[in-house]
Structures are given as C-alpha cells and as structure tokens.
Design a protein around this ligand. Structure first.
Ligand SMILES: C=C(OP(=O)(O)O)C(=O)O
Ligand SMILES: [Mg+2]
Length: 428
C-alpha cells in the first residue's frame, strides 16, 4: 500500500442554527488532508443513529466534545495504517469499534465525520473531484427540491406540514432550472408580503409566514410560480414533506393537524384533495407518522402510481428498515440522509437496495447544516437524480447548488436529464 491513514482528528465547529457540530480531518501518510463537517436534524426519526451530545443526546445547543474526543483517541488509534481507498473497511472498523446497533457509544456524528473525510482524502490524493472518485463516469445532475416555505418543527408558525418545495421539471440544464427556482423564490417573497405576512426565514432558508394552513402555503406557491411567468407542473412543480410524526397523536392514533383531529383515512382524503386542487404536486414525503406504517402503506397502495411517496422518518436510511419497507410496500421512494445511518458505505448500501427494488432515492441535507457540500457530490456520484437541500438562499444551502453548477460546468449540460417521477423512463 503506497499511502495510508496517518492520523484522524476532529474539532467542535458550529452549524447553521448556531449549535456545535463535528468537523473531522483525515490525514494521509503523504500529508493529504480530507475534511468534512457533520449536519444535524431537528425532526429526527426515532430510529436514527445516535448523535452524541454532551450531557445527553439530541439536546439542541449541547456540545459534541465527547464525539470529538472519540475521534481523537479510539478512532485515531483504530484507523492508523488503514487503506483510505477501502471505504467499506474503514467504515466497518469504526462500526465494530463502536459495537452498538445505533452507534451510540462513539456517536454517529464522530463516525460519519471520519467516514466522509476519508472519502475526501482519497479523492484529494487522486486529485479528482469527490463526485468522480465516488461515482466514476456516466453521471447525471439531479432534479433539485427547494424548501421555500418552512413549517412544522422548522418554523415558529401555524403551519403543521414541515416543507413546501418547488422543483424544476423541464428538460433543461441545471443552471436554467435553478434560475427559475430563484426567480420564483423572489416572487414568493412578494406574494407573502402582499398578503400581509412577514417574510422572515425558517431553518432551511424558506419563508416562515404565520399562515394558518398548509393549503394556504400551497396556494402561495402556485401563485408565485404563475406570477414568475411559469406554468405550474410544466416548468416548476411542487413537493411537500408533511413530516407527519410531528402532528401524530400516539395515544388517540389521530392526526392533530392545524386545529383538526383527523383519522388516518381523513388524512388520506385531505392529501387526495390537495392533489386534485394542485395537480402540480409530484412528491409527498412522510404523509403518515413513523409509528403508523399501516396507513402509510395503505396510502401508497392507493396513490403510489400517481405521485412519488417518500419515506424518511420510518426508515432513517437504515438498510434493515428499508428492506422491511420494500417488503411491506411502504412507499416508492426513500429519503437518504448520511447522518441517519452514520457511514458512507451503509448509505451506499441503502441506495443500492432501494434502487434494485424500483424505489427512487432523494438525497437530503439536514435542517442544521454547514458549508460542507458533500451531499451535492454524493448525489451526482450515486446518480440519485433527486436532491433536496433547502431554499435557493442562505449560504449553507446555496453552496450545495453552487457546487452542482460547478459540476455541471465540468460534465456538460448533457449530464442534466431530470429523471423525475412519474415520467422517469427516458423514451425520447
Ligand atoms: C430535512 C429534514 O429535516 P431534519 O433535518 O430536521 O430531519 C426532513 O425531515 O426531511
Ligand atoms: Mg423529512
């Protein structure tokens, strides 16, 4: 082996919500450095790998000094001398060292930081971009989903659904699609202000007006798309993440949604009503709670051939849970968040599993982000065709899109195919 891992180390830095997070370095024997920063969610699935925080887990604002210490001591000792090009082995050594099912001992934030930084170091050593190192050739730019109105856990307003996204659906370059998204975002600000609401921002850079309902938010998106000069569904479509675990009542098994108490069936009727009112909706994430697989499955059986149905909280990027989801027909698409499972190789396994079984995959940022653009390269490398990384505003979000602009420049515009559901079969 010509080059090996000499040393790994980590430090506490801060994320877009001002909370501490892990930055990890992998240094190779020739001095090459790979660096990565770990994001952090707010609407976390119950079964996510553990984000280790000082004085407990998942408490916003708590430090990550224990996770940092695990990198600097145990992980550093275990990885010394390993081949940085054998990502699977590096990840497995950390999984074994941790020894728990949920990475609760060392912390998924410690392990993921080093896992991502290892891939970066290997790419840097080969002097190739990360997307090229991880993905090889025959790559395509993704369709991007932009959360422009924030609700639920991501904003302090009256909207219970979490994310209202716009997405370019024309067969065009990434740059052209993104420009249309940015134009719509600016018009949306005016639509919100003209309706008498504040246009302050939520966690993912979308506006967080104090609307009373999700339907009102969708109406505003529809209006903004038209006022920006586009046809809803033709140039720009709509997607939403209901993140329904947030408004599910585990005792009554009802959905306490925007002042109503809906049965699961009534929730389904509500979604169907939205699809009728806004035919430009092409993707729905987490329409039911992570504790309500039965109704999630029922909805997919009924609506899965009409709209993309994405599973996030119920499966947490976990290959075992994704296997169960596929067997049960839970959804037709899987949301992919690296820190839900905690290593690059396990995330790749989940993606392969989903794809082999006809599920689409949407790579995702977290609501607490950093300037790290790993997910942009990762989406291209895995030909995932879909990425959600927040609004076309706020640098921790926009940096991901700017990285895609750079990648498109390198790959050429032919790399943008916009393989969007349900028209994902390229026939012309
Ligand atoms: C990106 C999301 O939010 P968070 O990072 O808070 O889980 C999501 O729920 O899809
Ligand atoms: Mg989600």
């Amino acid at each position: 082996m010509s080059v090996y891992i000499e040393k790994v180390k980590a430090r506490e830095v801060f994320d877009s919500r001002g909370n501490p997070t892990v930055e990890a370095d992998v240094i190779l024997s020739d001095g090459t450095l790979g660096r990565a920063e770990v994001p952090s969610g707010a609407s976390t699935g119950e079964l996510e790998a553990v984000e280790l925080r000082d004085g407990g887990t998942r408490l916003q604002g708590k430090g990550v000094s224990k996770a940092v210490e695990h990198v600097n001591s145990a992980i550093n000792t275990a990885l010394h001398g390993l081949d940085p090009f054998n990502q699977g082995h590096v990840d497995q050594v950390m999984i074994d060292l941790d020894g728990t099912k949920n990475k609760g001992k060392l912390g998924a934030n410690a392990i993921l930081g080093i896992s991502m930084a290892t891939a970066r170091a290997a790419a840097n050593y080969q002097k190739v971009p990360l997307y090229r190192y991880l993905g090889g050739t025959d790559l395509e730019l993704p369709q991007t989903f932009h959360n422009v109105i924030n609700g639920g856990e991501h904003a302090d307003n009256g909207i219970d659904m979490q994310e209202f996204m716009i997405t370019p659906v024309e067969r065009t370059s990434f740059r052209d699609g993104f420009e249309k998204i940015a134009n719509t975002y600016h018009v949306l600000k005016k639509v919100i202000e003209d309706a008498g609401y504040q246009s302050g921002l939520g966690d993912e850079g979308g506006f967080a007006p104090d609307l009373k309902s999700s339907e009102e938010a969708l109406k505003m998106l529809h209006e903004a798309i038209e006022k920006a000069g586009y046809t809803p569904g033709k140039e720009i479509a709509i997607a939403f993440d209901a993140a329904a675990s947030y408004f599910y009542n585990t005792e009554t098994k009802m959905y306490d949604f925007e002042g109503t108490h809906k049965t699961p069936d009534e929730m389904g009727e509500y979604y169907e009503g939205l699809l009728k009112e806004f035919p430009e909706i092409i993707s729905i994430e987490d329409p039911y709670s992570e504790d309500d697989w039965e109704n999630f499955e029922k909805f997919t059986a009924k609506m899965g051939d009409k709209v993309q149905i994405v599973a996030d909280d119920p499966v947490c990027t976990n290959p075992e849970l994704v296997r169960k989801a596929i067997k049960n027909g839970l959804a037709n698409s899987i949301l992919i968040k690296l820190n839900q499972i905690g290593t690059v190789s396990e995330t790749l396994e989940t993606i392969r599993l989903a794809r082999k079984n006809g599920y689409t995959t949407m790579i995702s940022h977290r609501s607490g982000e950093t300037g790290d653009t790993f997910v942009a390269d990762f989406t291209v490398a895995t030909n995932s065709a879909e990425l959600k990384a927040g609004a076309p505003a706020r640098s921790e979000r926009v940096e991901k899109y700017n990285q895609l602009l750079r990648i498109e420049e390198e790959l050429g515009e032919d790399s943008t195919r916009l393989a969007h559901f349900p028209n994902s079969v390229d026939l012309d």
